[in-house]
Design a protein around this ligand. Structure first.
Ligand SMILES: Nc1ncnc2c1ncn2[C@@H]1O[C@H](COP(=O)(O)OP(=O)(O)OP(=O)(O)O)[C@@H](O)[C@H]1O
Length: 254
């Protein structure tokens, strides 16, 4: 029996960049240990919404918000919220693989070192576990001390996923993680995501509707800052309720 806990809930959430309203009254409940896909045409606010979930938008000047976002029932914007800890619990993987210019080992050890002072044996374990979790261990176990920049694009992206896993997050936010990759690497990451959902909650922005269908449990359709429709992926693509969702998924615009 699948649990249906909601790990993140947003209530009437608005976000402005200066006077421009990029998110309009977003209400969504993200289920735990499922994959939620965010789809919609360019500029509709998907990335903005994703980045808000671990307060990456704090770094953008001129951002104003109203409404509420709760993680495990706690207001992520509350004064007492420790943002570093929030970002440890809600990790992020970006569109372009962005390994640090250091060894494969040090890329993975970076976060755990930042959050504590683990012993060498502990770090070795974390590095192996994270690389295995990202389905990269077998390919790199003999070259851990070599530069991460020598890996292929697809391997670099799995390294970034391993780096995100190294601090044992609960949620992984992924902003078009395969859009810069070739089809073979894309399939590997998609297969990996099917594994990740056993232990993690994943929220992924994708432009690729087939990808949303293949990998996600739930889909949210965004349009010009609004969340038009949210539901089971199968329902959204087979029987959308809103005409605008139907127009988008059938390729009438976007
Ligand atoms: N830092 C910023 N300052 C001002 N406006 C911004 C900023 N970031 C995004 N926007 C605007 O907010 C709107 C939503 O952008 P966002 O990147 O969230 O959309 P998106 O749906 O992820 O688009 P894409 O699919 O093209 O990445 C757009 O109109 C964009 O121009």
């Amino acid at each position: 029996m699948k649990r249906m806990n909601k790990i993140i809930t947003t209530t009437n959430f608005d976000l402005y960049y200066g006077s421009f309203q990029a998110l309009k009254s977003i209400n969504i409940e993200i289920p735990e240990k499922e994959i939620t896909a965010l789809i919609g045409p360019s500029g509709c606010g998907k990335s903005t919404f994703l980045k808000t979930l671990n307060r990456m938008n704090d770094l953008v000047p001129g951002v104003k918000i109203s409404g509420e976002i709760k993680f495990h029932g706690e207001d992520i914007f509350a004064k007492e919220m420790n943002v570093n800890l929030l970002r440890k619990r809600i990790g992020m993987v970006f569109q372009k693989p962005n390994p640090f210019p250091m060894s494969i080992y040090d890329n993975i050890a970076y976060g755990p070192r930042l959050h504590g002072s683990p012993k060498k044996t502990e770090l070795d374990e974390i590095v192996e576990r994270s690389l295995r979790g990202a389905a990269l261990w077998d390919e790199v176990k003999d070259r851990l001390k070599k530069s991460a920049l020598g890996l292929s694009g697809g391997q670099q992206q799995r390294l970034c996923i391993a780096r995100a896993l190294s601090v044992e997050p609960e949620v992984l936010l992924m902003d078009e993680p395969t859009s810069a990759l070739d089809p073979g690497s894309t399939i590997r990451i998609e297969n990996l995501m099917a594994e990740l959902r056993r232990n993690y909650t994943v929220v992924i922005v994708t432009h690729n509707m087939q990808q949303a269908v293949r990998i996600s449990d739930k889909t949210a359709f965004f349009l010009i800052g609004e969340m038009v429709e949210f539901g089971e992926t199968e329902q959204i693509f087979a029987r959308p309720v809103d005409r605008r969702t139907e127009d988008y998924i059938t390729g009438r615009f976007g």
